[in-house]
Design a protein around this ligand. Structure first.
Ligand code: UP6
Length: 250
């Protein structure tokens, strides 16, 4: 087979967050990350409870939430513990190290207190990534899903080089293959549309496994906008897992 299994990938990873997400994937037979891009804590908590069994992580944009509180974080953490998934803050840091450190540790959200995984751009260069606590798993943005993105081949290559040099970078967000030492997280996954009207491009789970050998699919509107999020999450879990099994058997 031209791709590694989750067990093989886990053996290559040294960071606890990488080992943990792969362990959850194997245990739940799921490579699904749900992006809960909703605007109230109640919606996040309700969705997390409803679909928690089907996912490996909840991806959040905490700055979308209208009523963020410490109590919300406690509740979300408790659901994550109970249902066994990670908390992934898609902050997409993109500044100098000193500023990123304040954004990561401070402000209203205190991301460093609760996030297992975060995203960061690499636009400010390698040193800007060294400020994140060694316990958090960093996922760098190597390539974006949107039309006419500036993340061309050269950018992606440089982003991968930086990612390989930072010990708590566990993988990248990208739309094409990565070296097997980095986990591949693919957003822009939807079974019912090929794009939105704001530049997003979608692929099916099958396509991102076949073409890119992805490790994790990230689904937003496909799940949280549906009338039956539980049923849809199960559908994505199943199609993602089947695509993975097919991928490792070739
Ligand atoms: N995301 C992308 N593309 C990227 C990086 N991140 O779509 O290249 C994020 C978005 C959103 C989610 O910020 O939270 O993944 C995709 O949601 P959707 O399925 O509703 O398009």
């Amino acid at each position: 087979s031209s791709r590694l299994t989750y067990e093989e990938k886990a053996a290559l990873q040294s960071h606890p967050a990488a080992k943990k997400i792969l362990e959850i994937a194997i245990k739940k037979k799921s490579n699904l990350i749900a992006s809960l891009d909703v605007s109230t804590t109640q919606e996040v908590l309700q969705l997390a409870e409803t679909i928690g069994d089907t996912i490996v992580a909840v991806k959040l944009h905490t700055d979308i939430i209208k009523d963020f509180s410490e109590e919300y974080v406690i509740k979300l953490k408790s659901i994550a513990n109970k249902k066994n998934f990670l908390l992934f803050e898609d902050r997409k840091f993109g500044d100098i190290g000193n500023t990123q450190q304040m954004q990561f540790e401070g402000g209203l959200y205190k991301i460093s207190d609760w996030a297992d995984l975060i995203t960061s751009h690499v636009i400010a260069g390698e040193d800007s990534l060294k400020i994140f606590d060694s316990k958090v798993g960093i996922i760098t943005i190597a390539e974006m899903s949107s039309s006419a993105t500036l993340t061309d081949e050269n950018y992606k290559k440089r982003a991968i080089e930086i990612s390989e040099n930072i010990s708590n970078v566990i993988g990248c967000v990208a739309q094409s293959k990565l070296p097997s030492s980095l986990l591949l997280f693919t957003p822009g996954v939807n079974l019912n549309s090929i794009k939105d009207k704001k530049g997003q491009n979608f692929n099916t789970p099958e396509k991102v496994f076949d073409k890119n050998h992805t490790d994790f699919i990230i689904v937003g509107r496909g799940i949280y906008k549906s009338t039956d999020p539980k049923k849809e999450a199960l559908k994505y879990q199943k199609s993602g897992w089947e695509a993975y099994l097919k991928n490792i058997s070739i």
